[in-house]
Design a protein around this ligand. Structure first.
Ligand code: NDP
Length: 419
């Protein structure tokens, strides 16, 4: 049915590539392009071995460079580009899509490298150009953002005449047996968690100190876990698309060990994203061994350096036990005019994700929805020129695919939401 180009070859791209190859009737041709071509080659070989798909192409591309992207897109002519690189590359990839007539999908909103701040305005600014070009851009099609927004759209379509209170709850009750590791790109993850908290109430944003508000919440098949209020990007579009929402918040669980490491990382300056000067020893060019003297002054960003020494999220899968549980807890007026509560969620086993794709549950819960979003576009069910958040599309065919593609969901009605 269509040609897909995946950009990135990390944890999320690995899962998406497996799931794309498992659906050859929709994805008739696949290319994986990223900064390090050797990683794309390894990934393509692994996917072909596990799924039996043949002929995955690979390429090198620096996705910060619009000219390189344009050359690649013109050469391969994909129907849709699935951006699974980092949030820094969103705008260059969207620009290249416009210049070459390609449709676009991503899982995280744009963030400038030099400022730990994310919001949709940068990408929403492309609306008119995508609309005029007759191209569809699907924003935030991972799990959160992504499935959480589709869960909300599904609740609005089938169960409520008025959504009033929305709490998105994200629990990772897995254990990877490392003292400290992040579940997706460490740089992006630590930038997100160390930001101030933000939630929507009575028509305005309320700011909190980082991780200031927390509550014990009980997760299905897991039990109670300390859950912290964070700013999360899907809230920004959901309160616009569902203006009856009076309060919208996002919660994520963290263990005490994780928080202790995070505190130390911050206190010693390793979460800084500005450049610092570092006096590095020179290496002997013939042996690559470090020399005691002389030295050379280099600029490094502490958080990028930290990423280089932390465990690679892609290597966590093998010993990862337990599961994730992510969902939406909603209160509002039902179709019968009475107040109702509703909880829709998915639980995902790290082990099952690893056995199927070689990656842990956090990459799995992001890569599967990215594939389904691309499938929705290629099957003509989510085609709408412009730049859209996922809740603007019909949730029903997507929800049906979640059950078929490894992320089954469950509903609870009229229960105590704890919030
Ligand atoms: P990784 O760091 O594992 O992978 C990122 C990939 O992008 C790497 O292969 C990297 O190349 C490549 N890349 C980075 N910069 C460039 C560039 N300039 N040009 C080309 N390729 C580049 O990250 P994850 O797989 O963990 O995360 C991928 C995305 O998914 C992120 O945007 C993240 O925010 C998002 N995400 C979304 C979630 C959701 O639920 N919505 C949840 C989790 C993640 P190299 O291999 O050479 O380093």
């Amino acid at each position: 049915m269509g040609k897909v180009l995946i950009i990135g070859a990390g944890g999320v791209a690995t899962v998406a590539a497996h799931k794309i190859a498992q659906n050859p009737e929709v994805f008739t041709e696949i290319m994986i392009a990223s900064r390090t071509k050797a990683k794309c080659d390894r990934l393509a070989a692994d996917v072909e071995a596990r799924t039996g798909y043949k002929g995955i192409r690979t390429a090198h591309v620096d996705a910060d460079d619009v000219a390189q992207l344009v050359a690649l897109f013109n050469d391969y002519r994909p129907d849709i580009v699935v951006n699974l690189a980092l949030p820094y590359q969103d705008l260059t990839i969207m620009e290249a899509c416009l210049q070459t007539g390609c449709n676009y999908l991503d899982t995280a909103n744009y963030e400038p490298k030099d400022e730990a701040h994310f919001e949709y305005s940068w990408q929403w600014a492309y609306r008119e150009r995508f609309e005029k070009a007759g191209l569809t851009a699907i924003l935030g099609c991972g799990f959160d953002p992504g499935v959480t927004s589709i869960f909300t759209a599904y609740a609005a379509k089938h169960h409520f005449s008025e959504l009033q209170y929305l709490d998105i709850v994200d629990c990772n009750a897995g254990d990877h047996h490392k003292a400290f590791a992040t579940n997706f790109n460490p740089e992006i993850n630590i930038r997100e968690i160390t930001q101030k908290g933000l939630y929507w109430e009575d028509g305005k944003w309320v700011e909190t100190e980082p991780l200031e508000i927390h509550k014990d919440l009980t997760y299905p098949e897991i039990g109670p876990r300390d859950s912290y209020l964070l700013h999360h990007e899907e809230i920004e579009s959901l309160v616009i698309n569902y203006p009856t929402i009076r309060r919208a918040r996002f919660w994520m669980t963290f263990g005490q060990q994780y928080l202790k490491h995070l505190e130390v990382i911050q206190n010693i300056g390793m979460s800084r994203i500005d450049e610092i000067e570092y006096e590095a020893p020179l290496a002997d060019t013939s042996t690559s061994k470090l020399l005691n003297t002389p030295t050379v002054k280099v600029k490094i960003v502490p958080l990028q350096f930290l990423k280089a020494v932390l465990p690679n999220p892609q290597d966590l899968g093998e010993n990862y036990e337990g599961q994730t549980s992510i969902g939406c807890r909603i209160r509002g007026i039902g179709n019968d005019g009475k107040e109702h509560t509703y909880y829709v969620y998915n639980n995902c086993s790290h082990r099952a994700a690893y056995e199927e794709t070689g990656m842990q549950g956090v990459s799995y819960t992001t890569g599967v929805p990215a594939m389904i979003g691309a499938m929705m576009f290629l099957t003509g069910q989510w085609v709408k020129p412009g730049v859209h958040n996922v809740e603007e599309f019909d949730p029903d065919p997507f929800m049906e695919q979640l059950n078929k593609q490894g992320l089954p969901w469950h509903e609870l009605h009229d229960i105590d939401l704890e919030l």
